[in-house]
Design a protein around this ligand. Sequence first.
Ligand code: FES
Length: 118
Amino acid sequence: MTEPIKPTSAAPSYYARHIFFCLNQREHENACLQHDAQAAFDHCKQRVKAEKLAGKGGVRVNKAGCLDRCAGGPVAVVYPDAVWYTFVDKSDIDEIVERHLKHGEVVDRLVLPDDVGR
Ligand code: FES
């Protein structure tokens, strides 16, 4: 890591931030994997590694199954902040990495509205 990441929670945590991407491929049109979620996940992992954010005290990028918010797919969630995102392309992922994962700023324009569910 180039600089330490400050966790947004007082609770001790192995990672400062943890992002989970839904990579579920269900047989319905809103399944995240049918909306380029794999490419977004791969790009996020690459960016986090390139920025030297990965590892203890930093950022972890993980796959997840259905997060039950399919109507907003593709979706990802960042903990411990519990901020849900939807995204379209790699530039959206770049912004989440740079602003949220690296600096703790929520990317408001990509936040998934609370009323979006399955
Ligand atoms: S398929 Fe991604 S949230 Fe359900």
